[in-house]
Design a binder for this molecule. Structure first.
Ligand SMILES: *Cc1c(COP(=O)(O)O)cnc(C)c1O
Length: 403
């Protein structure tokens, strides 16, 4: 890094790089989105109506999947995927420690246990070699998370799962629109899970999806979403029938027509928003590539990341004594840059410590966690916004260099 005189940081009383906070993620809602929701409010069906099937069909088309089943959240979608994969008490589900807790919790929802396989230090995705070590006769599923949007090593994981009756579930909550060896995410794993929470690629407020190529799994997922009942209210209405049967224990994980109309309207932007995320990531990478105080997530040439997050790793050993990710985080917040940390390893949470997990179990993820910082990343960020983030990161690191 070029050594210029350090500016006074906002945390030390200087002027912040930005006057108001730039958030790390933010949805974009336009007039067409609002009108789509209003139209549903004026219609006959607020839930279990026509927008649900329309949104599912559009999502299937976008991802290229044969079937797309919408849920009330990404977490509900993960629960459903674990359930229809047949997991239950005594079974194990292998996942990464560097993820949102829901990727592991879905095992617990069905009485199974999550087993954590450490990550690859470069890509930050689950390491297939560590997965291999964790496979047992009880393993029934692998939940591979596409960290920050970069697809996991799906072929290697598929090979480990194949022939053992292990279901490959891809948690692609970061990866809508991403590709793996030219294939769209949503078509590669046995089941692929997405979220439409406001910080994700498109939003329905709360919502999620499972895509699958299997008609049997799609039917089971729909049934799980609706109480384990064999028909939905609208189908009965249209058939003029009152009869229904509950054949398995399901939930009410439905999503409303208001949300589906919003999602349909949002989906129009998915490609242009993804292109913008890719451009923002490229601008960050160009700025940070030559800075020894920062390490970047390794990107594999055979896949296109969805760039839900842009993470950097702060190399504390390059900074003055006492400085590290935590002090850089606080200084950037003071500059009004909405940085975040993804993630506290799942193994560290009190709930999982009580179940025998904890620091030291996955040392690569533990070390990454100490360094990781997520920078603002959302499609309506301007180049000037991106440049403010870059300027603030530079300003803080220059101030924290050893003297
Ligand atoms: C957002 C997210 C989820 C959960 O999705 P919700 O829609 O918030 O329930 C699960 N896994 C990962 C990796 C996520 O980022």
């Amino acid at each position: 890094m070029t050594t210029k005189a350090a500016e006074l940081l906002a945390i030390d009383g200087g002027a912040p790089v930005r006057a108001a906070l730039l958030p790390y993620g933010r949805q974009h809602i336009d007039d067409a989105d609002i009108q789509a929701v209003v139209d549903v409010l004026k219609s006959d069906w607020l839930t279990t109506g026509p927008k649900v099937g329309e949104f599912e069909a559009a999502f299937a088309e976008y991802t290229g999947a044969a079937h797309a089943v919408v849920f009330s959240s990404g977490t509900a979608a993960l629960h459903a995927a674990a359930a229809v994969a047949g997991l239950g008490p005594g079974d194990e589900l292998i996942t990464t420690p560097l993820t949102f807790v829901a990727s592991a919790n879905c095992a617990r929802y069905v009485g199974a246990e999550p087993v954590f396989a450490d990550i690859d230090d470069g890509t930050l995705n689950i390491d297939p070699a560590r997965v291999r070590e964790r496979l047992t006769a009880r393993t029934r599923a692998i939940v591979a998370v596409d960290f920050a949007g970069q697809p996991a090593d799906l072929d290697e994981l598929r090979e480990l799962a194949g022939g053992r009756g292990v279901t490959l579930i891809e948690d692609a909550c970061h990866a809508l629109g991403a590709t793996y060896k030219k294939r769209r995410v949503g078509t590669v794993a046995d089941m692929t899970v997405f979220s439409t929470h406001p910080v994700k690629h498109i939003t329905t407020g709360e919502g999620g999806f499972v895509t699958t190529g299997s008609e049997a799994l799609a039917t089971a997922l729909r049934r799980f979403r609706g109480h384990g009942i064999t028909s939905d209210a609208r189908a009965r209405h249209e058939a003029g029938s009152w009869f229904y049967e509950m054949t398995s224990l399901g939930f009410n994980y439905r999503v409303t027509d208001l949300q589906c109309a919003l999602g349909l309207s949002q989906l129009r932007h998915a490609d242009t928003w993804l292109e913008r995320r890719i451009a923002i990531a490229a601008r960050y990478t160009k700025a940070f590539a030559g800075m020894p105080e920062i390490a970047l997530q390794q990107v594999r040439a055979d896949r296109q990341s969805g760039w839900h997050l842009y993470v950097i790793r702060i190399r504390a050993s390059r900074l003055a004594e006492g400085h590290n990710r935590d002090t850089v985080f606080r200084a950037l917040r003071a500059e009004n840059i909405g940085v975040n940390v993804h993630y506290i390893p799942v193994t560290w949470h009190p709930y999982y410590r009580e179940r025998g997990h904890g620091p030291g179990e996955c040392p690569v993820a533990d070390a990454a966690y100490a360094e990781l910082l997520s920078l603002p990343m959302f499609p309506t960020m301007t180049d000037a916004d991106v440049d403010d983030v870059i300027a603030a990161v530079r300003k803080v690191l220059v101030a924290y260099l050893p003297h």
